[in-house]
Design a protein around this ligand. Sequence first.
Ligand code: SAM
Length: 340
Amino acid sequence: MSSPRDQLGRPLRDLRLSVTDRCNFRCPYCMPAAVFGPGHAFLGDTDFISLAELRRLLRQFKRLGVEKVRITGGEPLLRPDVPELVRLLKQELNIPDVALTTNGWLLARNAAVLHAAGLDRVNVSLDSLRPETFARMSGGGPGLGVERILEGIAAASAAGLRVKINMVVQRGVNAGDIPEMAAWARAQGFTLRFIEFMDVGNVNGWQRALVVPAREIVEQLSARWPLEPCSPAYRGEVAARYRYRDGAGEIGLISSVTEPFCRDCHRARLSADGKLYTCLFASAGWNVLGALRAGADDEEIFSFLSRVWLGRLDRYSDERADLLLRHETRQKIEMSYIGG
Ligand code: SAM
């Protein structure tokens, strides 16, 4: 059976699975401490989708065409059953590509078990190597230090996981660290992915002036280490890739703000409480877990998911410029809830 296409002709290939809305970091661009403080209402214990429920839903997502699953959050490694989830995805459901995005804090102790479970790849978020800038970008909680993230990265690499580094870039905060981060990643042999600061959610103080366009980063790095574009590995690849001409690996650029890629967006997102979202910038989701808990059988779940995908029209990043011009704002879900 060929996989269903949405209203803009896009198939579903990639599922982002948020396994928790909690995080031990308070990155101001994602979970500012003033908003996500002790009074914040996080999901309750019974809200979380269980592994047994995930098993049922994931089977139907696979039937719809999903080939790649990224486990994210919140901080996914705060949830102890992530290795079991990886085993389910890889060994039971045979998902070809299973990846994890993490802040790296709990990676050193989990890397070997994740690899043994079948995890293919890990993306570690690291916005700076300088202690003060790292603290500023990660919310600077007690004891949060860059050394521990570097240990996590080294452990993941030693365990046999493919490692990429994610750096969110903000002008006037860590943009000055771009050359140092690039030099480090080149020396270590890691692909560094620069992420434009995005207007996800409603509380991260996003301003266009804080966005460093991907193009500017390519020009800056190319002046020191000449770069050339790589052709995309597959249609719908999120990052634009460039390789260093001297053979020292490559970089990626996620330019959701300055060069939106909605036309090739093959992603759906499932929140930790089992709601399906068809865009990172969506306002509302479909309560699939609710349907499952109300007794829907597998065929009913499959047609629920198909209906949602067939009706999909989202292209927020393409529309952003117009919305800004019209001073129109939308209430959006938070990144920590739906995952990156
Ligand atoms: N806790 C994990 C981590 O830190 O990687 C996974 C979740 S986090 C929401 C996933 C990714 O989204 C991280 O690389 C993070 O830096 C990125 N992110 C969060 N808020 C962002 C924003 N406003 N703009 C761009 N990237 C953002």
